[in-house]
Design a protein around this ligand. Structure first.
Ligand code: ASN
Length: 324
């Protein structure tokens, strides 16, 4: 911390002034304000929908001894927590799984920090700091959660369409209609047909959101459950936005038996020690569960038909660039 403060102190005042000017210009931009208001409507609609289904909103965890390993490398800032090496939340995955010991259905608007590699800076879909609505349901299966998402998305879109009609009109945005059952595409079929960038390719062609299911085991984190009827594939699902907006949701059923968790950690070339707190908690018994996370900034971007997720937040933390 002391080192960071020292580095910031060396930045010339003129450079800080310039950044502040840029930041204030950003938050005064009507397009940005529209993006933020859409996000605000989306959170409210989601929250109303989930409360109507007896979900409990749990408070977020910011710092903990263990967080999501993710499936791609991100740099790993550590926090000195009274002499213990803690991490900043990349997703609430482990905590929401544990939370199902307390409540059957939980959700959380969870701030996530991911110091993504620099080559992700121009995607329009990545920010270092973002909010994920993370949800988990005890004893639920993948089909139950896919239905829930379909109903939630339909409800959010129709609520935003009516409550934010003037904003959508100002942005010149007509939201596409959504079927009550969304198309399911198998990961391997999509990859075979469209090659390695199948996700964006399919997203560009699609007119409404669609699912990618049955993701190969090593393509995702250790915590998503292997399909016992289809070994080598996971009982998980991604939801993809249409019109080229890319990934909306990732989720799945979870491994919950200790033996399976340990096996999956090793299959990823990781060690149980890296996840010690989670492993020890799992040793005491975890219920089966299924859930997903949806990025609020990406959702707002799609709702508004905006160019980038930066336009959905007042203080965007851009990859590799510092600001307020
Ligand atoms: N939220 C995701 C899930 O529920 C995990 C993630 O963000 N990596 O599966």
């Amino acid at each position: 911390m002391a080192q960071a403060a020292h580095a910031a102190a060396r930045v010339p005042t003129s450079a800080i002034d310039e950044r502040i000017d840029g930041a204030l210009q950003h938050l005064r931009n009507p397009k940005v304000q529209a993006g933020v208001v859409l996000g605000s409507h989306a959170r409210r609609a989601m929250s109303e929908f989930l409360h109507g289904r007896d979900f409990v909103e749990i408070p977020p965890v910011i710092v903990a001894p263990v967080t999501d390993p993710l499936n791609h490398p991100v740099s790993d800032p550590r926090v000195d927590y009274y002499g213990h090496d803690f991490q900043l939340t990349r997703s609430m995955i482990f905590h929401k799984q544990l939370a199902t010991l307390a409540f059957e259905k939980v959700f959380c608007f969870s701030p996530n920090l991911r110091f993504e590699p620099l080559d992700r800076s121009g995607t329009g879909r990545h920010l270092v700091e973002f909010t994920q609505m993370d949800l988990e349901v005890r004893d639920a299966g993948r089909d139950d959660i896919m239905r829930l998402v379909e109903e939630m998305l339909t409800s959010v879109v129709s609520t935003v369409r009516s409550r934010a009609a003037p904003i959508l009109q100002e942005l010149g945005r007509t939201l596409p209609p959504i079927s009550s059952r969304l198309r399911r595409v198998r990961y391997e079929d999509a990859q075979k047909e469209f090659g390695p960038s199948f996700e964006l390719e399919l997203s560009r062609r699609a007119k409404e959101p669609f699912w990618i299911i049955d993701i190969p085991l090593l393509e995702r984190e250790f915590y998503d459950r292997e399909d016992p009827k289809h070994p080598g594939f996971l009982l998980d699902m991604d939801l993809i936005y249409p019109e080229g907006y890319g990934e909306a949701i990732s989720g799945g059923e979870r491994e919950h038996e200790l033996g399976r968790i340990l096996e999956r950690i090793r299959a990823k070339g990781q060690t149980p020690d890296e996840f010690r707190w989670y492993v020890e908690a799992a040793r005491q018994g975890l219920p089966p569960s299924c859930g997903f996370g949806i990025g609020i900034e990406r959702l707002s971007r799609w709702l508004g038909g905006l160019r980038t997720v930066e336009e959905t937040t007042l203080f965007p933390k851009r990859i590799g660039a510092w600001s307020l």
